[in-house]
Design a protein around this ligand. Sequence first.
Ligand SMILES: Cc1cc2nc3c(=O)[nH]c(=O)nc-3n(C[C@H](O)[C@H](O)[C@H](O)COP(=O)(O)OP(=O)(O)OC[C@H]3O[C@@H](n4cnc5c(N)ncnc54)[C@H](O)[C@@H]3O)c2cc1C
Length: 472
Amino acid sequence: MKYDYHIIVIGGGSGGLLIAAASSSLGAKVALIESNKMGGECLNYGCVPSKSLLRSAHINSYVNNANRYGLNAGNHTVDINSVLNRVNKVVDGISPHDSKERFEEMGVDVYLSKGEFIDANRIAIGDKSITGKNIVIATGSSPTIPPIEGLDKVNYYTNETIFNIEYLPKHLIVLGAGPIGTELSQAFNNLGSKVTMVNRSDALFRKDEPEVKPIMKDIFISEGVEFQMNIKIKSVKEDDEGITLLIEKDGKDIKVKGDALLVALGRKPNTKELGLKKAGVELSDKGHVLTDSYLRTNIKNIYAVGDVTGLYAFTHMAGYQGSIVVQNIIFPVKKKVDYSNVPWVTYTKPEVAHVGHTEKHLTDNKMEYKVYMESLSENDRALAEENTEGFLKIITDKRGIVIGATMISEKAGEQIGLANMAINKKIKITEFMQITFPYPTELEIYKTLAVNARKESIKSWQMKLIKKMFLR
Ligand SMILES: Cc1cc2nc3c(=O)[nH]c(=O)nc-3n(C[C@H](O)[C@H](O)[C@H](O)COP(=O)(O)OP(=O)(O)OC[C@H]3O[C@@H](n4cnc5c(N)ncnc54)[C@H](O)[C@@H]3O)c2cc1C
């Protein structure tokens, strides 16, 4: 059978755009279907606006704490409209990169419409349809809105609307303590809102190493964020006085009152209106598209990448999966996904960055490992800048090869790159001793850890020998 396209990609977000760009550059005839905004969640309602907002918020926090650095910053105010204008400008500045026009210049046929399967090779777009030899589902995810009593009757924000809020809330109630809730809580707190984070469990930085939570929670508390954790949400209502959330904690009812509510209670895959049943594609209980290690669904010409797979909801992982799918569709040698080296960052102040294995994963899988940890409190750069509330933790296998790392520091998202490289290249922790880092930098902490690891690895008989031979 002759198809209109080699590849049809449904979804013009992080995963879909990468596949469209890469496969068309290799000569494939590609259609890209996007029902909302090109660039998807990350550009329009996710990474880009949140990081832009956090930048303004963090600068405000520095100004508020200027006296800590020997400065008098005087009085200043926060105009949320100006802040959000800047946020939108940043988004607008990046959007040409993801635009329909740019992709058409690459030779991709872009359809700004909803795509729906008619069968395993045919997709309906409006009143027409196109056929593809291969189809990639890259439709992402949306905020989960749980059935909380009264929620449907109150005005609430999600990540899709919060970046257009028209006022700076006096008291923002944030439901959810995942990365989105955490980042946005700090952003609004640092801009001047009182923030209460509300969560079913005490699961702040849940996927990170256990050393992260106490440090970050203390920082949040010192900044004025309130926590209502380990609670049950009973109902929510809105009246002239604002929003009232009724929660139950330790058997007692508590009312949390605010003037804005952000719902950040997780993500649901965008699979509902895709007609996947007609194509025969299997879904998990939670509605994610099930894929094998080649990112293929149970239907052999249909692949899935990104948030819709429910694996790792990060832009870089959607991109990574996208590159695997391009390889597997176009080239005869097939590639499996490898999740042993996944990085992630929560862009709070300080940042929390992770890459590779966690201790929990290694313990659960009964793998042998060693842990090396060093606080930033002895690092001269961190001391000079008063950024000592952080650490670097490196995990190695029994041979000393780096297999995991976690870092808290102002720029941990950048600094974790060195551990990322070490894991990729299967480098031993002691190799960091060979690098001359510029002084003073926080990166020197890698060398400190390497020296500690070297000291530990020297056996007592070796010490004796060194003393006997060279230190007489
Ligand atoms: C507030 C927030 C902050 C975040 N910050 C970060 C961060 O700092 N770093 C990071 O790595 N990740 C971050 N993420 C996660 C990141 O945004 C997602 O992991 C990433 O966007 C997933 O890419 P994707 O291609 O799977 O889906 P998306 O980018 O969501 O793209 C899917 C696209 O498919 C379209 N679509 C859906 N159904 C159809 C259909 N039937 N027909 C046609 N089109 C359809 C949608 O409109 C959407 O544009 C953040 C997310 C949020 C919400």
